[in-house]
Write a protein that binds this ligand. Structure first.
Ligand SMILES: Nc1ncnc2c1ncn2[C@@H]1O[C@H](COP(=O)(O)OP(=O)(O)OP(=O)(O)O)[C@@H](O)[C@H]1O
Length: 465
């Protein structure tokens, strides 16, 4: 292994030469090269059809400049950080690189090996971007928020490049069913998507639904019938609402997954089956394991890879694109149905307990009332929908909280500071502590939010908190 303690810039020519052999075009990312202890190159696979790029940052150190370089590049590119320091970076520094926006991190292992590793990653990212831009993904899954795009990217990667079972959790109406269909489309399996809604499995019929039965196996079994395990062979078995599966069936399902074979009800013959398992639930299965309602061994089988489509309230940026998508569905000839500002505001502030399904239903109800040319107006909102009208802000609870602070003798500066700190804390919680996304949502620069957080930490430390 070659260590480059003097700074990553020295590795650029070597890596560029080696990457050239791997069919990857490499350009200097001019501005970023001025960073003192790092060098960055932007690279694109020669087979790439996508416009967004890849960045490779060679880190000869990990200081604020390097982190800023990564943050800047990550705004428009997938970034691979390469640790070129003489001693491997400590793990908390590696996490800091990932937190700054690096998609992946490699130790420097000599130009040749490093180039192979970089080329493999760029090829994967390139294929991923092509899939993300494809009609298979864009045609049915609408959303442009960072949270939604990150979710879909994870799903696309696991669906297209692995055969891993997938567990989709999340609130009702968040798109779990659509995600299962996407996994099937991208899986490349020759077989069908076999859907079984576990809430419909009555104890009497469950065996037959899952295993199938022989003719005469029980009263009413007039003909032999295939069950879900046979139908899913070579394809995908989608168990919707898997959290509702009774314990006895959980044990049977586990056995079939482990052994890859089953017997029809009334038969002594083993029948092989191979399927990819995709499960969905809006239950908290880990809590169900704690209460004994769900088997831990089955959970770890079905949850090899987990994803959670976020509720709509966590991705406001998706509301209007979804509204446009639904309006196009309702009006395929596209007669140009614009929303006026008041309707847009109403749709953006309404509460959607049923998530995207609720939004679709709301748009449909408004659309049914609309007639004639011109934009959809607030008058098209059905009367019972008006109850959802968001009260003006600042609202009564906000005024109560401020009154409370004033009555306690808080100064204006302290109240303003507390309101801002609370907003920052809430958004950081929602954005998994990602500074960049939180800053974007709060309408401040990344740097301004960092400074504010640093100051808050110093105040906390000073007050012994
Ligand atoms: N990202 C999306 N883009 C377009 N349509 C969406 C999206 N997410 C959800 N929908 C639409 O919202 C509705 C509900 O979606 P879906 O059935 O996939 O949700 P779910 O999470 O499986 O719900 P449940 O838990 O109640 O079964 C469907 O009409 C679906 O087409």
């Amino acid at each position: 292994m070659q260590a480059l303690g003097q700074g990553g810039a020295k590795a650029v020519p070597a890596l560029r030469a080696a990457l050239g052999n791997a069919g990857v075009a490499v350009r200097d990312a001019g501005a970023a090269l001025s960073a003192s202890k790092s060098a960055s190159i932007s690279a694109s696979s020669s087979t790439s059809t996508c416009t967004s790029g890849f960045g490779v940052v060679l880190c000869g150190a990990c200081d604020g400049t390097v982190l800023q370089t990564i943050q800047d590049l990550a705004l428009h590119a997938a970034v691979l950080a390469i640790d070129c320091t003489a001693e491997p970076l400590p793990s908390d520094t590696m996490w800091a690189l990932l937190d700054a926006g690096a998609t992946d991190l490699l130790p420097w292992s000599g130009a040749e090996l490093c180039a192979q590793q970089v080329a493999a990653r760029l090829q994967r990212w390139d294929a991923l971007q092509t899939l993300m831009a494809s009609n298979a993904v864009q045609g049915c899954l609408v959303g442009c928020s960072a949270a939604w795009r990150a979710l879909v990217q994870g799903v696309v990667e696991v669906a297209a490049f692995t055969q891993s079972p997938v567990l989709i959790t999340g609130e009702t109406g968040t798109g779990k069913d659509l995600i299962a269909q996407l996994i099937h489309r991208l899986s490349g399996t020759p077989g069908e998507l076999t859907v079984l809604d576990c809430t419909t499995l009555s104890p009497e019929l469950a065996g037959s639904e899952l295993f199938g039965h022989e003719r005469g196996a029980f009263t009413g079994a007039v003909n032999a019938r295939d069950g879900a395990f046979a139908l899913a062979d070579g394809g995908i078995l989608f168990l919707d609402e898997v959290g509702e599966l009774p314990l006895s069936l959980q044990a049977q399902l586990l056995r079939v997954i482990q052994e890859g074979k089953f017997k029809r009800v009334g038969s002594n013959q083993w029948q092989p089956t191979r399927f990819r398992l995709v499960c969905a639930t809006n239950r908290d299965l880990e809590a169900d394991i704690a209460t004994g309602a769900f088997r831990a061994d089955l959970y770890y089988r079905i949850a090899a890879w987990r994803c959670r489509p976020p509720p709509l309230r966590e991705r406001q940026a998706d509301i209007l694109p979804l509204v446009d998508h639904f309006l196009r569905q309702f009006d395929p000839k596209g007669q140009g149905c614009r929303l006026d500002g008041a309707v847009r505001d109403y749709l953006l502030t309404r509460d959607y307990k049923g998530n995207v399904r609720d939004l679709r239903q709301t748009v449909a109800r408004i659309w049914y009332r609309h007639t004639g040319p011109g934009p959809i107006t607030i008058g098209d909102v059905p009367p019972d929908e008006r109850l959802h009208h968001a009260p003006a802000w600042p609202d009564a609870p906000f005024r109560d909280a401020i009154r409370h602070a004033v009555d306690r003798g808080m100064s204006l500066a302290r109240i303003g500071q507390a309101a801002a700190d609370t907003a920052i804390q809430l958004v950081l919680e929602q954005e998994d502590d990602n500074n960049q996304r939180a800053a974007q949502r709060l309408g401040v620069t990344d740097r301004a939010l960092q400074i504010r957080r640093k100051a808050a930490r110093e105040v906390d430390a000073g007050s012994g908190l």
